[in-house]
Design a protein around this ligand. Sequence first.
Ligand code: NDP
Ligand SMILES: O=C(O)C1=N[C@H](C(=O)O)C[C@H](O)C1
Length: 263
Amino acid sequence: MTSSTAPDTPETTNPLRVAVLGAQGRMGKTVCDAVEAADGLELVARVDSGEDLATVLERSKAQVAVDFTVPSVTEANVHALIDAGVHAVVGTTGWDEASLGRLSEHLQRAHNGVSVLIAPNFSLSAVFAMTLAAKAAPYFESVEIVELHHPDKVDAPSGTARHTAAAISATRSAAGRGSSPDATETGHEARGAVVDGIHVHAVRLRGLTAHEEILLGNPGEQLSIRQDSFERTSFMPGVVLAVRKAPSRPGLTVGLENLLEIG
Ligand SMILES: NC(=O)C1=CN([C@@H]2O[C@H](COP(=O)(O)OP(=O)(O)OC[C@H]3O[C@@H](n4cnc5c(N)ncnc54)[C@H](OP(=O)(O)O)[C@@H]3O)[C@@H](O)[C@H]2O)C=CC1
Ligand SMILES: O=C(O)C1=N[C@H](C(=O)O)C[C@H](O)C1
């Protein structure tokens, strides 16, 4: 039989096997639904607290794990994933320079091609808000961040606000822009937390989901950059993108903007 008469053989690629850690949580449930609905992905494990992660990974043969657990356990989970050779997509907050440093070290030591993506926020609106704010910040005298969330959130300020403050602080420093003017002499506690030199205010209110506003001011003008996640489905395109890209991005990446190439 010549090649011109050979029957078409459809190209079959195996679906990417995905485990979800924190599967019973607010985000975990939404991620399980999104993975089940996504072409080319197969949900092979729902992992909840109290389960032995290494055993579940071995049994399920997961290739990528998505972590939406709690700040107190996420670091241990990711170290276990690296040891198991499973790529990690992490949305859980609580990461800092020290824990990221330990992760980088472990990845280098393991040298097994595992990728870890940590994104403080997977929604496109938040990624663009952070990116625009960082670009604009050197051009304004004053900048402050207000983050607003549902009252069941355990950490404050939000991971998104911390990431935004770090990005703003970096672009302002690079441009030689000093700190925002502030004549406050009393009641410093009313001025919010200070993250990387930027004032951050955290609101917790029933009815909210996840929102951030970056306020920038100059004499006679202001710029407000606001993003709103009204539903947790807003995070899913970013999570699914990160899962799909995980096998081809070895090493540590912090921030979804790096996958969108807008960082
Ligand atoms: N990056 C992003 O885009 C987003 C990030 N987040 C972040 O994601 C995290 C989760 O948020 P949310 O879903 O609202 O929180 P939830 O409290 O609803 O969910 C967390 C879940 O993790 C479970 N859990 C705790 N320990 C473990 C463990 N060792 N292994 C597996 N599961 C575990 C909890 O179970 P139990 O209750 O039984 O302990 C719970 O079901 C937070 O840090 C939040 O800030 C949230 C939204 C978007
Ligand atoms: O807890 C949440 O809900 C959210 N957590 C993340 C954060 O702390 O930035 C992302 C988003 O704001 C929702």
